[in-house]
Design a protein around this ligand. Sequence first.
Ligand code: ADP
Ligand code: MG
Length: 249
Amino acid sequence: MNPIIEIQDLHAEIDEKEILTGISLRVLPGEVHAIMGPNGSGKSTLSKVLAGHPQYKASKGTVTFKNENLLEMSAELRARKGLFIGYQYPVEVAGVNNAEFLRLAYNTKQKEAGLEEADPLDFDMLLDEKMKFLDMDARFKERDLNSGFSGGEKKRNEILQLSILNPTLSILDETDSGLDIDALRIVASGLNKLRRSDNAFILITHYQRLLDYIEPNQVHVLSNGRIIRSGDKELAKELEEQGYDWLTK
Ligand code: ADP
Ligand code: MG
């Protein structure tokens, strides 16, 4: 089985300072990988380099996404090819209606795949169906994108974006941060519903509590810009009990 993404010895820098110092990671279809690690270890940097953020430069190594060279693609093309990045701090966009934004994004993807675009009425039906599936309140549709959304609402909206866009690989940065236990459960159950044998998820998380609800195939610990330990979900439990010190010393 070909991996969805294969990262080999990836180095990356910000303003000529090396932040990622050699990351290798292979994610197969159907898998969920968790990336954990202390603050400042480079977790968000990894997601931004993969997204194609202009400030974050891959200086060495390769990234193959669905058998193609990811690092050569523009940020927009990466998204159109099925890479979704959920940021730690989602932007608020006043004046952009959430449902309209989702329809635009959905139609861009449909077009790319040579499929029919949805008019507002058809899309509204699709949206209703997805929102029901995710147990979301319909008033999310009418609000401006993320504008005034609580932390939990932003993350739930992110899951809605996932269910509409149906990405091959979703990289979610601290989706669990700032969520109370009920919001965490809703987000986790939404994610579990979206797991399929032909997609994959990389969950970046500082705490293991999200992994109580979503069982990862592998857990990796990032420290100083490289993966220092990989294991199964038991590794996350050990980290919860003992912190990161025993690994980084
Ligand atoms: P994590 O998400 O694991 O907490 P980050 O990837 O955010 O870590 O940060 C890794 C390192 O890169 C830190 O030392 C941080 O200060 C630095 N860094 C991240 N983003 C920037 C930026 N835009 N400009 C300068 N330094 C940055
Ligand atoms: Mg971070």
